[in-house]
Design a protein around this ligand. Structure first.
Ligand code: FES
Ligand SMILES: [Fe+2]
Length: 361
């Protein structure tokens, strides 16, 4: 299968249809893409007090890596493997208050940062404990004391991404954004995850697929900026539509911006609106099945149902309809590959290049 993507968008062809249909490619992507990149794991409100633990499965259904978050006595948050270094039992099963981490199988014990403390019946064991008898540290970042990210073995430093996002959206009081469970929802999409992300990565389809959203955005000024492991779509507001109050030193000062759509390779979307933030986490479950979690963080409730960030459920259903249409279409014996619009599909081209690079590393 030819996975090479020409760097020149004017000449490039898309990833071949075979890529999207292949179980082997999906399995390769789990290890070569998802185990090598960063994932959103929620916000710090899961550990409201000191001396607490919160176990979870990193990118459940895809990586499914058992990890545990703890907040120690001093209030510091740690992220580590939730697998006992003795014979591999899961250490913490339930979230809640905890002073020590203790494996329920044979009693191995660690402090809340994962440092080894005690193991019964091991006095005669030589060269014990070794540093690796502590719980393995999981690469971990917290953005604005609020949003948490973890990775298995990342190929890049998440600080690079945070720095870029801060220049654009750092003016927003992100630490004050609050999760709203009632406005959050999971969607199951019958498609390869790549197709779901590709659809997100272009505004080209907005006039065709999303009539309401199209009324809120100034399509001719809609633009995409491509970074190394992220890209940004800037949704300029139609006149009279809610927009951000940008500070004078902001790169877009003087423009009416209705939305910033940040995509972070391979599967995170941070959609900033004047009311707050909608985070979309795209979780591939199989080569033809994807779960998308919409996580809503509200800042200004008075703006919730207007502008580019209104009717998100309707927009999602419109997107699913076309994405599932593509999933059916690419099964055709006639469809092999496509081309990119040089003016409207820079984000999709960027995505295909990253997939190509990571799979061929
Ligand atoms: S597996 Fe954890 S103490 Fe034995
Ligand atoms: Fe869309």
């Amino acid at each position: 299968m030819n996975l090479n993507i020409d760097k020149d968008i004017r000449k490039a062809e898309t990833l071949p249809a075979e890529y999207f249909k292949s179980k082997e490619m999906y399995e390769l992507a789990v290890e070569k893409i998802f185990a090598k990149t960063w994932h959103f794991i929620g916000d710090t409100s899961v550990l409201p007090l000191n001396e607490m633990a919160h176990p979870m499965s990193l990118l459940d259904g895809c990586l499914g890596e058992p990890i545990v978050l703890t907040r120690d006595k001093a209030g510091d948050i740690h992220c580590m493997s939730n697998v006992c270094t003795h014979r591999g039992n899961i250490v913490v099963n339930n979230p809640g208050p905890l002073k020590k981490l203790r494996c329920g199988y044979h009693g191995r014990r660690w402090d809340l940062s994962g440092s080894f403390e005690h193991m019964p019946e091991f006095k005669a064991a030589e060269n014990f404990p070794r540093p690796c008898d502590g719980l393995a540290k999981v690469p971990f970042k917290i953005w604005k004391d609020q949003f948490m990210f973890a990775a298995v073995d990342p190929d890049f430093d998440f600080d690079e991404i945070i720095e870029d996002m801060d220049t654009r959206v750092g003016f927003l009081p992100l630490e004050e954004f609050r999760f709203d469970a009632n406005r959050s929802k999971d969607y199951l999409v019958n498609s390869n995850y790549t197709l779901y992300c590709d659809n997100y990565l272009e505004g080209f389809h907005i006039p065709f697929v999303h009539p309401d959203l199209n009324d809120a955005l100034d399509y001719k000024n809609y633009r995409t900026e491509v970074g190394k492991y992220w890209n940004l779509q800037v949704g300029v507001a139609e006149s009279g539509v809610d927009s951000f109050n940008l500070p004078e030193d902001h790169p877009d000062y003087g423009q009416e911006i209705a939305a910033y759509y940040y995509w972070i390779f391979p599967n995170m979307m941070f959609n900033f609106y004047p009311w707050g933030l909608s985070i979309n986490v795209v979780r591939p479950l199989a080569h033809n099945l994807t779960k998308v979690s919409f996580l809503t963080y509200v800042y200004d409730e008075t703006k919730l149902d207007s502008g580019a960030g209104a009717l998100l459920d309707k927009v999602e259903r419109e997107d699913e309809f076309v994405v599932e249409g593509v999933q059916k279409g690419i099964q055709s014996r006639f469809y092999k590959t496509g081309r990119f619009s040089p003016t409207r599909e820079e984000g999709v081209h960027h995505h295909h290049q990253l997939i190509s690079d990571f799979l061929q590393k």
